[in-house]
Design a binder for this molecule. Structure first.
Ligand code: FAD
Length: 499
């Protein structure tokens, strides 16, 4: 092995310039103004949170900006950002080695290296995964030439893509019965699906976030898979800056294939040789028939249908990016591949903490909280990990942060405001729960999950104005049996009830 070119030591070292790592470094730098905090990251830009707004006790909103690391160093003079990929962690020696041949000693380390997209097929040039600005731009470039694409996956990324893409036929293959399985029940999915078949007329919500992207000349030409592995994940309104338009002049043209997965991908030549038959894009007025067009790539689904397309977007979730840290270290990993962390964000190895997408919360959670690999939780975990590192350094005790009391997430799907609270999909509640619904087509969808008269979760789609009241009802676990269906009666001002 080449000798280390530089050896630096710091009390605190953070790996990863995404939201978790940057928030952790900022918090440490504030706690210990006279200590130097080293932030080591593989990407040339870091992610910064701006316009942070605590909307209610647990709901928060913010913008995410990509910034050059110099901006962070200017705001926090005791943070030093080093751009290089960590290639090895020597936990027993309290030392990490980077690809540029340097080594860094730490007293306390926080690993925030995020997650990698799970690609349905590695190294296939027709399969794109979207993770960071580079891969999103590559996607946009390909889309401009495309007549038809296939999207595989049913999470947040797929949901946003199918709604945003215009002028290109989209075959959307999902393994569940309904869209957005991670976020919605079948009712909410149905409410949203109608939006896909209607014309997009609303004015786009203006995007406050400005993006800094490095100049083309500054970046090394990196292939898309490589970019996806290194960069940090995009921000909440990641598609806003991109023109997601294909070659045709129509708005949505989405065909959803449910309860299926990709069985096989054929390149054009292979497809021709095998003399397989693909189907035309299904429309309301026309049954699927043999497709006469030739396509660069073909997908065969587990329901035996075959479609041709220009390329495939793999949006099938992420895998914690633990690999660079495992060699020689006996970390406890969760089934999902994440580094297990306890209620102090500590991994199973001494003085090593983890936060954000890379970790799996392995403490006994509040009955109405669950981990989801989202922006909000990356920020909250990064922030709390730093507080724990600080408390452990000076020997203080620390209570679990209040943000882990209730799962709360606000986002936008299909241009609707979507608020998810607690066990919004009755996750883990078994059969012993009931649902209450209120729905006005095209306007709002409200669902609450009740158990033993207590509210355990809610989905609010549209401008319902119910989030604060429901947040309080879930947090205080008041017995609501007496209110029955009044709880969702639009003619009753529920806020007045519980003031
Ligand atoms: C396309 C897309 C859309 C999304 N949309 C939303 C959304 O609307 N709302 C939402 O809440 N969440 C969304 N997410 C999820 C969200 O982006 C992630 O949960 C969040 O970014 C995780 O933050 P993180 O800091 O843990 O990791 P990341 O942001 O992934 O940052 C990881 C950092 O580690 C660095 N790194 C990686 N490996 C190494 C190494 N070996 N050495 C040094 N540095 C390394 C990377 O360069 C990067 O800086 C989306 C994700 C994607 C991919």
């Amino acid at each position: 092995m080449a000798a280390a070119r530089r050896s630096l030591a710091a009390k605190f070292v953070v790996v990863g310039g995404g939201i978790a790592g940057v928030t952790c470094a900022e918090q440490l730098a504030t706690h210990f103004p006279s200590e130097e905090v080293l932030l080591i990251t593989a990407s040339p830009v870091i992610k910064a949170i701006t316009n942070f707004k605590q909307v209610s006790k647990t709901l928060e909103e913010f913008d995410v900006e990509e910034q050059p690391s110099s901006v962070l160093e200017k705001h926090f003079p005791n943070i030093k950002v080093l751009e290089s990929r960590v290639k090895q962690l020597k936990a027993t020696e309290h030392c990490i080695l980077t690809e540029d041949g340097n080594q860094y000693k730490y007293e306390k380390l926080c690993l925030c290296a995020g997650a990698k997209p799970k690609l349905i097929s590695e190294g296939n040039p027709y399969v794109l995964g979207i993770r960071d600005t580079d891969s999103a731009q590559e996607f946009q470039k390909q889309l401009m030439k495309a007549k038809r694409i296939t999207i595989v996956g049913n999470g947040g990324i797929a949901l946003e893509l199918v709604y945003e893409i215009e002028g290109c036929e989209v075959i959307w293959a999902i393994k569940d019965k309904a869209i957005g399985n991670a976020f919605f029940d079948a009712g909410a999915a149905e409410f949203l699906t109608t939006k896909l078949t209607s014309k997009k007329s609303e004015a786009k919500i203006t995007c406050k976030r400005t993006r800094y992207t490095i100049e083309e000349s500054e970046k090394e030409a990196s292939d898309i898979n490589n970019a996806a592995n290194l960069g940090s994940a995009l921000g909440p309104d990641w598609h806003e800056g991109l023109n997601l338009k294909g070659t045709k002049e129509f708005s949505h043209k989405v065909h959803i294939e449910t309860i299926c997965e990709i069985k096989k991908i054929y390149h054009q030549e292979e497809f021709k040789q095998l003399k397989k038959r693909s189907l035309t894009f299904p429309t309301d007025c026309q049954d699927e028939s043999a497709d006469k067009d030739t396509w660069p790539v073909y997908i065969e689904l587990t329901n035996e249908k075959i479609y041709g397309c220009d390329f495939i977007v793999s949006a099938t979730g992420v895998m914690p990016n633990v690999e660079p840290f495992l060699d020689g270290n006996n970390f406890m990993l969760d089934e999902d591949g994440g580094l297990k962390v306890d209620d102090h964000m500590r991994t199973s190895l001494p003085n090593i903490y983890a936060a954000g997408d890379i970790c799996t919360a392995s403490w006994q959670p509040s009955p109405v909280w669950q981990q989801m690999r989202l922006w909000t939780q990356a920020r909250q975990m990064g922030n709390y990990a730093a507080k724990c590192m600080a408390a452990d350094t000076v020997g203080d005790s620390i209570d679990m942060d209040f943000c882990f009391e209730l799962f709360a997430h606000v986002t936008k799907f299909f241009n609707y405001k979507v608020v998810l609270l607690g066990k919004y999909n009755a996750q883990g509640l078994g059969l012993d729960h009931e649902l209450m619904l209120r729905c006005t087509k095209g306007q709002e969808y409200v669902k609450v999950v009740m158990q033993n008269g207590r509210m355990m979760g809610a989905i609010l789609i549209g401008e319902t104005d119910l989030e604060e009241t429901f947040e309080n009802l879930i947090l205080n676990q008041m017995n609501l049996s007496a209110y029955g269906e009044d709880l969702l009666d639009p003619n009753i001002d529920i806020e007045d009830y519980f003031d």
